[in-house]
Design a protein around this ligand. Structure first.
Ligand code: PZK
Length: 270
């Protein structure tokens, strides 16, 4: 492919640069579980997540501008790539949570708080929080886990003004995303976004947004705090330990991604 330079491999995504300095963010069909990339791919996963991100970027444009640019996508990446402008990425994982799960649940159980925010007593796995909270995390090096940090530490790293903007944008993206998904019967328990500065110093929404790989989506009709919630992603994969997935597990996993896309957008997949 002429003028395409590979710049970075993520666990499930690839980053390329075109001859014009445009970045191509390519979502593969790879799936990771328990910090490992499995040998088995999930057909169309990358396309589904890319199309869901594009759908969200459109809905969130009033809240925050994004990194998308209008540039041709090479045929080999059709449907699974986003052309984006190169940003100077903010060195903080921006997370908003409306429900208690994952690392926030672990922090709550050991300290009663998460990222310096004290939560009410008596919450359990899957509980709705009194209000959504900004729970930033460090970007850990490859192979390590992100670590939750207080908002004050974000301010030390990026300055108080930028930190306040990160919190505002993250909470607004979460609130808008959760509101739209709720109408479709899906709880957005939490979401992680990436932001970066363009050459003019504006903060733009980057990466993928409000996908099952960056968020916890729970079918609302099955929500029942006090246990881990069934989620619209790789639940079947996590419940299946060996690395080679049998066809029914692949099929049901693919179905959950299709269901996330169709439930949220109201569109049909293919
Ligand atoms: C950027 N990633 C994560 C994505 C990977 C890794 N607009 C941008 N400008 C500069 N850098 C990035 C982005 C975006 N989005 C994204 N890391 C850097 C990532 C896809 C594949 F391997």
């Amino acid at each position: 492919m002429t003028g395409l330079r590979h710049v970075y491999s993520g666990k499930v995504r690839e980053l390329y640069e075109t001859g014009d300095g445009v970045l191509l963010l390519v979502a593969t069909d790879r799936i990771s579980a328990f910090d490992h990339v499995l040998e088995t791919e999930i057909p169309d996963k990358g396309k589904i997540l890319t199309q869901l991100s594009l759908w969200w970027f459109d809905r969130l444009a009033e809240i925050v501008p994004n990194h998308l640019v209008d540039a041709p996508i090479p045929a080999e990446f059709a449907g699974r790539a986003m052309a984006c402008r190169r940003l100077s990425m903010v060195p903080v994982e921006c997370v908003a949570r409306g429900y208690l799960a994952g690392s926030a649940l672990a922090d709550y159980r050991s300290s009663g708080s998460v990222c310096g925010v004290t939560l009410p007593a008596g919450l359990s796995d899957g509980s709705r929080l009194p209000r959504p909270v900004f729970t930033p995390a460090t970007k850990a090096p490859r192979g390590e886990h992100d670590q939750n940090i207080p908002a004050a530490v974000v301010a030390e790293r990026v300055g108080a003004d930028v930190a306040a903007e990160l919190e505002r944008i993250t909470l607004e993206v979460y609130l808008r995303g959760a509101e739209l998904a709720e109408r479709r019967g899906i709880i957005v328990a939490d979401t992680k976004i990436e932001l970066g500065f363009d050459s003019g110093g504006a903060l733009l929404l980057a990466d993928e947004v409000l996908t099952p790989d960056s968020s916890r989506f729970w079918p609302a009709d099955q929500w029942s705090p006090g246990r881990s919630q069934p989620s619209l992603d790789k639940q079947y994969v996590r419940d299946w330990l060996p690395p080679l997935l049998p066809e029914p597990v692949v099929e049901r996993t693919r179905d959950t991604y299709v269901r996330a896309y169709e439930s949220i957008t109201g569109l049909s997949w293919g």
